[in-house]
Design a protein. Structure first.
Length: 133
């Protein structure tokens, strides 16, 4: 089940660890993971999503540094209450991800029109996959 939560886009310019971190932030801010919930183990998640153990470890360390989770020695990683954290919401998280997307596209030399066309194409593909699934 864990692997369904964490689909990795191998073709994305975003590094895998950042894709996973962003997904965790979304799952935490959207309420899928609640404060106090225990996250999958680093080794278990690495095996489920078929990525290197060190990649998951980097994700968890970054999430902890940002205050989303707390690691407890020999017990695991647990979700923190981020409801009072400024700027933490689905909307603000989506804005951060979107801004990063735009920045990367501009770095590739894309115009706003190119970005819009690419985005619309990706939305159509996602709808098609969703409707088939």
């Amino acid at each position: 089940m864990t692997e369904a939560l964490f689909e990795i886009d191998e073709k994305s310019s975003l590094p895998i660890w950042l894709q996973l971190k962003n997904r965790f932030i979304y799952l935490i801010t959207s309420g899928y993971y609640m404060p106090g919930d225990q996250l999958p183990t680093v080794r278990g998640l690495a095996a489920d999503v078929e990525v290197n153990y060190n990649t998951i470890s980097k994700v968890y360390m970054s999430l902890e540094q940002d205050g989303y989770i707390q690691s407890r020695r020999r017990q695991g990683a647990f979700v923190c209450d981020v409801s009072d954290k400024p700027g933490v919401s689905i909307a603000s998280t989506a804005r951060i991800v979107t801004t990063e997307y735009l920045k990367r596209c501009f770095e590739l030399g894309m115009s706003l029109e190119d970005i819009q066309e690419q985005f619309d194409s990706c939305i159509q593909e996602a709808r098609s996959r969703r409707d088939r699934g």
